[in-house]
Design a protein around this ligand. Structure first.
Ligand code: PAF
Length: 285
């Protein structure tokens, strides 16, 4: 595995691969890698001849008072894990590489609509920060495939929209959520949970599953299902931001004919903001 810290090194490697006719699959990350990230790398290896992972904690996707300063930096450990998993190239740039003009004045990419619902209501600048850094990474890796986890399902759709609207010639690939045995979705932010909270945390998935059962039985009761989800999380010690049933395709509010739905939630547990979602296919025949 080669590690490069600047765009020039990334461009050099990509130019050689392109000249050889190799295809590229890319997994962007903020580091602190877990099994979920390694499942993305595994898919990358299946899809393309060469694989790139980036590790960059992107300041502009964090709001004021969020965990940018304390976000765990584990480059050495991550790097060893990636080498063990047959990665070809690790790109670990510093701030100046990706924001040469500084983070206050640099060009921003905004994906309208999708960026301002659900998580976007509570984190107004977040998806613009994600879209901006991902656009920079996609352009510079010249990747054929970019792979994202479905835990951040709204992020995946924002990036699909970004790639479509900017006519980017690559496939955006979504991969299923990887869960712990008790159902908790794998996330770097699970590290913020203390022992008591860690025991409470699977309730988020259990609540999504209960909502799934009720949605199958009573598909016309969406507002009541959403309210019940909020109440169950509150009763379990969470501070939920939203618990929402949406159309899987575009996260719009579902109409009577829609059968492909997702239930999405974001909730605080102590100092950890957890997000999770499940897909539900309704039988309305
Ligand atoms: O999902 C993440 O880890 C980040 O939002 C991403 C896509 C690497 C952009 O910083």
């Amino acid at each position: 595995m080669e590690t490069v810290f600047d765009l020039a090194g990334l461009h050099r490697a990509v130019t050689v691969w392109k000249a050889e006719g190799a295809t590229i699959a890319f997994v962007p990350t903020m580091g602190n890698l877990h099994r979920g990230h390694f499942s993305l790398l595994e898919r990358a290896r299946e899809l393309a001849d060469k694989t790139i992972v980036s590790i960059f904690v992107n300041p502009i996707q964090f709001g004021k008072g969020e965990d940018y300063e304390s976000y765990p930096s584990t480059l050495e450990h991550d790097s060893a894990g990636l080498a063990d998993n047959d990665l070809d190239l690790l790109f670990a740039p510093d701030l100046n590489q990706l924001y040469p003009g500084g983070i206050d004045t640099d060009t921003r990419v905004v994906v309208p609509g999708l960026s301002h619902i659900l998580c976007g209501r509570f984190r107004p600048e977040h998806f613009s920060g994600v879209a901006t850094v991902v656009a920079k990474l996609l352009i510079n890796t010249q990747t054929d495939f970019a792979i994202f986890g479905e835990k951040d399902y709204q992020q995946l759709l924002v990036i699909r929209q970004l790639a479509t609207d900017l006519c980017m010639p690559m496939e955006i690939v979504g991969m299923p959520i990887i869960r712990k045995d008790d159902g908790l979705a794998m996330s770097s932010r699970n590290a913020y949970l203390n022992m008591t909270e860690r025991k409470q945390a699977p309730l988020i998935y259990q609540t999504l599953q209960a909502a799934t059962q009720r949605l199958r039985r009573e598909p016309d009761q969406i507002p009541a299902i959403e309210a019940e989800g909020m109440k169950a999380l509150e009763a379990g010690g969470f501070k939920p931001e939203y618990f929402s049933v949406r159309r899987t395709e575009d996260l719009a509010e579902p109409g009577a004919q829609d059968i492909r739905l997702s239930i999405l939630t974001a909730a605080w547990l102590g100092s950890a903001r957890l997000i999770d979602n499940v897909k539900v296919l309704l039988d309305k025949s």
